[in-house]
Design a binder for this molecule. Structure first.
Ligand SMILES: Cc1cc2nc3c(=O)[nH]c(=O)nc-3n(C[C@H](O)[C@H](O)[C@H](O)COP(=O)(O)OP(=O)(O)OC[C@H]3O[C@@H](n4cnc5c(N)ncnc54)[C@H](O)[C@@H]3O)c2cc1C
Length: 464
């Protein structure tokens, strides 16, 4: 079959399988139908629920304003798909184009989209993680369980880790009038995502709102009573804390374990793909029939020096799914790159935090509008002399302006002749991100052989 005919056949009668039936999976399925794909569409999801929205889980659901079963994602259109919910994909045979399922079934595909997202990093000690009162928050079931426990008025909640999710959980607890301790290994909340300058503001906000915030502290152990209920936490400063609920918010791990041995370039940092969402195999060669989207993907972004970005942002999952779906049923000349400018939001302690660009790439930061002491500001991040990101606290109106600055590689510090005001005397200061040279959990790839014809790549999956 010629290329055109094969594509026409694929669009009319091909088999597309999507693994991961959540935000990215659903939006990709809708886009495929929107763009005229009439073949068979199968969505495989290990959760028993139809696709639902996760951002409300740490906000409205924990506050009791919405129940966890009322966060279903709105549908944009009918997708006429074969849903395989409550069953995990357990393996991939790329040569035979087949996905293996936990129930023993196998599903064949002509094009595969992997949108398996991430899962909450669990508490590392299994017996302690199993104590009654120890929670993580990623799924609607997690949120339902945690909400019920918070509604039962625990004496104290311990939040382990003060990233976005941990901080939102602490905020919901305070809003419910609960005593909360937040233990954070770094020097301030949100420091990994936004750096030390904004982290200090976040710390002040948390303390003002009654959080017992302990930075530079690690939880070293969780202790239960004879009935297996959490009673106490041990901290790295030698102290103990009586608590009956601990929420482990230590970030996320990519759902790639099921791809071990498949030959796909998948590991704990995600699945690497090109800007057109085509997955790389372990040799770094791009595949033609396996695509990736959403939190599980790592893709190069032209605006950020072609660095591979792993984003856990709602908007990225939607935009990347749409691009992947389009490219799955398009010829190479019609394919388009995923060029979405990263953006996310968070609401915590009454503050509306928004971001565009990639703050964590920032070397320097400047308060461009407003002031840190008012907790109402726009901070702009610079990288190698250009604007790379902006973060607002209760000042959303500036985001669009800075998004254009990022897109046009505008010089940093910004040109204030086009901006309403420049705070007197303010100069860029270091953005204060934690040391990026911390050990990673990447897979080991080793190369053997000298001439191009006998060079071999060996891929050793990292230990999860
Ligand atoms: C509590 C919380 C609050 C958030 N708040 C915000 C926010 O305020 N702003 C923001 O921008 N983003 C927020 N996010 C992030 C946002 O929800 C994610 O970026 C988005 O859900 C990513 O969608 P996804 O489809 O890529 O992955 P996911 O939503 O993680 O979905 C992946 C799906 O694949 C399933 N799966 C995994 N492995 C397999 C397998 N082997 N077989 C079958 N199925 C599998 C998973 O169970 C899951 O259902 C929040 C996330 C959480 C958890």
């Amino acid at each position: 079959m010629s290329g055109d005919k094969a594509l026409e056949w694929l669009r009319r009668e091909g088999r597309i399988v999507i693994v991961g039936a959540s935000l990215a999976g659903l939006r990709a399925a809708e886009t495929l139908r929107e763009e005229g794909f009439t073949g068979s569409l199968t969505l495989i999801g290990d959760e028993p629920h139809e696709p639902y929205d996760r951002p409300p889980l740490s906000k409205q659901v924990l506050l009791g304003h919405a129940t966890a079963d009322r966060t279903a994602l709105p549908r944009r259109r009918e997708i006429d798909a074969h849903w395989r919910l409550g069953v995990a994909a357990t393996g991939l045979d790329m040569a035979a184009r087949r996905v293996r399922l936990a129930d023993g079934d196998e599903v064949e595909y002509d094009r595969l989209l992997i949108a398996t997202g991430v899962h909450a990093r669990p508490w590392p000690h299994e017996s302690e993680a199993a104590l009654d009162g120890v929670f993580v928050l990623r799924t609607s079931d997690d949120a339902a369980h945690l909400q019920r426990r918070l509604a039962a008025s625990p004496r104290r909640v311990l939040v382990i880790g003060a990233g976005f999710t941990g901080s939102e959980i602490a905020s919901a607890c305070r809003e419910r009038g609960l005593a909360v301790t937040v233990a954070e290994r770094g020097p301030a909340p949100l420091v990994g995502a936004l750096g030390g300058v904004i982290g200090r503001v976040a710390a002040e906000v948390q303390r003002e709102q009654g959080v017992d915030l302990r930075c530079g502290i690690m939880v070293t152990g969780l202790e239960g009573d004879s009935a297996g209920r959490l009673r106490r936490a041990h901290l790295s400063d030698g102290t103990t804390l009586d608590t009956d609920v601990a929420v482990v918010s230590l970030g996320a791990k990519r759902n790639t374990e099921w791809l071990a041995g498949s030959g796909l370039g998948a590991g704990p940092r995600g699945i690497a793909c090109d800007a057109g969402c085509r997955a790389f195999d372990v040799r770094g060669i791009v595949t033609d029939d396996v695509f990736v989207a959403g939190d599980v993907a790592r893709s190069p972004h032209a605006l950020f020096g072609y660095q591979f970005l792993s984003l856990e942002h709602w908007g990225n999952a939607v935009a990347q799914a749409e691009t992947a779906a389009h490219n799955m049923i398009s010829s190479s000349s019609e394919r388009r790159p995923h060029l979405w400018v990263p953006a996310f939001w968070s609401t915590q302690f009454g503050v509306n935090i928004k971001s565009v660009g990639v703050p964590s790439l920032g070397e320097e930061i400047i308060v461009a509008q407003g002031s840190l002491s008012d907790r109402r500001f726009t901070c702009v991040y610079g990288y190698q002399g250009r604007v790379i990101a902006a973060v607002t606290f209760d000042q959303t109106k500036w985001l669009e302006f800075y998004q254009r600055q990022i897109e046009s590689a505008a010089p940093f510090p910004p040109d204030y002749s086009s901006v309403d005001r420049r705070p007197e005397g303010l100069r860029p200061v270091p953005a204060e991100f934690p040391d990026p040279s911390l050990p990673t959990h990447g897979p080991s790839v080793t190369v053997s052989g000298y001439s191009p014809t006998d060079q071999q790549i060996t891929f050793t999956p990292a230990r999860f």
